[in-house]
Design a protein around this ligand. Structure first.
Ligand SMILES: Cc1cc2nc3c(=O)[nH]c(=O)nc-3n(C[C@H](O)[C@H](O)[C@H](O)COP(=O)(O)OP(=O)(O)OC[C@H]3O[C@@H](n4cnc5c(N)ncnc54)[C@H](O)[C@@H]3O)c2cc1C
Length: 295
């Protein structure tokens, strides 16, 4: 077998898993396409010891720490395909450059993709003025005006939670039906309701409504749909499971998916989503995978 473990996805979760295995002198191949989920943000918050640091700097420093271990191979590439080789044959992963890689275990740390509401100007502001996680980006809004752009039923919960960080307006824009109970909940937390359709986002976080009004906010939040960012898990036959925001890879308490020998960690397999949680989850997965090689 060329590698003890192949890790697909070399961001926070994948690197944290690999680090444990490298420290056990295992041969690890990381294949990474370099599309970290937080790539649109300039600062990462809430990770102890790195609060406010550039997310690329955190990932870059981690990679240089891993590269000090001689049993690491790193491939900057996409892995579009993976398959099982049958009993004890391990797994084959094809990288975009055409090479085939074989490993005894496979870790999927591929993160998730975010499907954002289709509103003019929103995608360009993702990670700068439009966010999803209040723990990551709420504090910096300095208790100012916060707009929550409804994307589905979860937006109610998001609006209620965000009152901890500022004065909240829920921009319904046809994405949510509010019954009397929902309106009462919103009123109890002093959340304004704006029902006029949104024309687009302008300036920083200004919302232009179809009736011509322009509402100014310190920041905007929305709840994207999330799903594993690549189809590799499904190709391998790994079961997915629903989450509050979409789907993730199902795994057991050993972090092994429904396909023996294939493990999953980070956003792709676990909610809630954050850098620190992905790192902790990845580290535990690395340990689980190592034990599966020993026992
Ligand atoms: C806008 C935004 C801002 C955020 N800000 C914060 C913050 O301030 N603080 C915080 O704690 N969290 C923040 N997060 C959440 C954080 O980004 C994620 O929780 C974290 O990145 C998850 O790490 P991960 O390793 O699981 O996945 P990711 O970081 O998404 O990495 C997955 C990696 O796998 C690679 N990959 C996927 N498929 C393949 C394939 N087939 N072949 C090869 N490589 C592949 C990708 O290219 C990527 O490099 C933010 C998220 C967003 C969207």
């Amino acid at each position: 077998m060329s590698h003890d473990v192949i890790v697909v996805g070399g961001s926070y979760a994948g690197m944290a898993a690999a680090l444990q295995l490298l420290r056990a002198r295992r041969k690890v191949l990381i294949i990474d396409a370099g599309q970290r989920r937080n790539r649109a943000a300039d600062a990462s918050h809430g990770f102890l010891g790195q609060d406010g640091a550039d997310p690329a700097m955190i990932a870059g420093k981690a990679r240089s720490e891993l590269e000090a271990y001689p049993t690491l191979q790193w491939l900057d590439d996409l892995a579009p395909e993976a398959s099982t080789n049958g009993p004890d044959g391990g797994f084959s992963v094809r990288s975009w450059n055409g090479a085939h890689h074989v490993g005894a275990r496979l870790i999927l740390a591929t993160g998730v993709s975010d499907t954002l509401p289709d509103i003019t100007g929103l995608a360009e502001r993702w990670g700068q003025y439009v966010f999803h996680c209040p723990y990551c980006h709420g504090y910096e809004l300095d208790q100012g005006q916060i707009g929550v752009i409804a994307a589905g039923p979860m937006s109610l919960h998001q609006a209620e939670l965000l009152t901890e960080w500022g004065e909240v307006t829920l921009l319904v824009s046809g994405a949510l039906a509010l019954d009397e109970a929902a309106r009462a909940k919103l009123a109890a937390r002093h959340i304004r309701i704006e029902e006029a359709p949104i024309l687009g986002i302008e300036g920083g976080a200004d919302v232009r409504l179809e009736d011509g009004r322009r509402l100014r906010f310190a920041g905007l939040f929305t709840a994207p749909r999330t799903a594993p960012s690549t189809p590799i898990a499904e190709q391998l036959g790994c079961e997915l499971e629903p989450t509050v925001s979409g789907t993730q890879i199902r795994r057991n308490e050993m972090h092994e998916t429904s396909v023996p020998g294939v493990f999953a960690c980070g956003d792709a397999a676990h909610i809630p989503h954050s850098v620190s949680i992905a790192v902790g989850d990845g580290a535990l997965t690395g340990i689980m995978v190592h034990r599966s090689l020993v026992f």
